[in-house]
Design a protein around this ligand. Structure first.
Ligand SMILES: Nc1ncnc2c1ncn2[C@@H]1O[C@H](COP(=O)(O)OP(=O)(O)OP(=O)(O)O)[C@@H](O)[C@H]1O
Ligand SMILES: [Mg+2]
Length: 247
């Protein structure tokens, strides 16, 4: 059974055609990297797969089910972290996770488990408003992992993380990959991240898929690594993007 099937999906915002006819299929256990320059349409596409935005046309199925008819059921099997997450600033880390755990009817223990998994033990009693950017990202991941999701969507989970925290997050995801029951869709501007975690690479530009496949099949004498491939395909230097991301 396909975990995600997207068929000729389109989405516009007023005069901006953010997604211009994208189709893709993702199997169980695949780790997929969604790459593309700023404004390519990655977040719009991911939010439609997450059932948070409705496509103007086309079809999306999660485990063969549509969002329109199966939202309650699908919410139980997916986990997500948005590009920017806001938490209630008056709750602590632990209280926030317990609140989300209650939405899923999960035991209180699960909040503690994801705190340990994401290395937030020493911040569990801190108000979320006092967390650093990187700690907030970890909390967003902790929330995404609460319900043991079969399908995990992470939109730029490591943007702004220090190198050490980024490695920690990669290790958490690698462990999930080894366990083999999670399907991951990850957007990132870090080619190294895509290379080290994902086998299935999808490059999007101007609302369309411009290249897709296994990394090893996509490289050739002109593109020795994902960095070079990205530049050759999009005509944009990743350094430029990194600078934008870091601002
Ligand atoms: N709510 C919105 N209203 C109007 N335009 C939007 C909205 N959301 C996205 N867009 C536009 O749609 C296009 C795609 O945006 P999207 O956020 O999907 O890009 P992205 O690939 O995620 O970029 P980034 O790498 O910067 O996160 C952009 O031109 C953006 O300005
Ligand atoms: Mg985005």
């Amino acid at each position: 059974m396909l975990q995600i099937e997207v068929k000729d999906v389109k989405k516009s915002f007023k005069d901006v055609q953010a997604v211009r006819g994208i189709s893709l299929a993702i199997e169980r256990g695949e780790f997929v990297a969604l790459l593309g320059p700023n404004g390519a349409g990655k977040t719009t596409l991911v939010e439609m797969m997450e059932g948070l935005r409705t496509p103007d046309s086309g079809e999306i199925r999660i485990q063969e089910k549509t969002w329109q008819k199966n939202e309650k059921e699908l919410r139980k099997i997916i986990g997500l972290s948005l590009q920017e997450t806001r938490f209630s600033e008056k709750l602590t880390v632990l209280e926030t996770l317990r609140l989300f755990a209650s939405f899923f009817d999960l035991a209180d223990d699960r909040a503690k488990e994801v705190i340990a998994l994401t290395g937030l033990e020493n911040k569990q009693k801190s108000l979320t408003g006092t967390l650093s950017g990187g700690q907030r990202q970890r909390l967003a991941l902790a929330v995404a992992l609460l319900n043991h999701p079969e399908i995990l969507f992470l939109d730029e989970p490591t943007t702004g993380l220090d190198p050490h925290s980024r490695l920690d997050l990669w290790n958490i995801l690698k462990k999930l990959k080894d366990e083999g029951r999670t399907t991951l869709i990850l957007t990132t501007h870090y080619m190294e991240e895509a290379e080290s975690l994902c086998d299935h690479i999808i490059i999007v530009d101007e609302g369309k898929i411009i290249q897709e496949g296994e990394l090893s099949d996509m490289l050739d004498e002109n593109s020795h690594n994902l960095d070079e491939l990205f530049i050759n395909l999009t005509g944009k230097k990743l350094n430029d993007i990194d600078e934008i991301v870091q601002k």
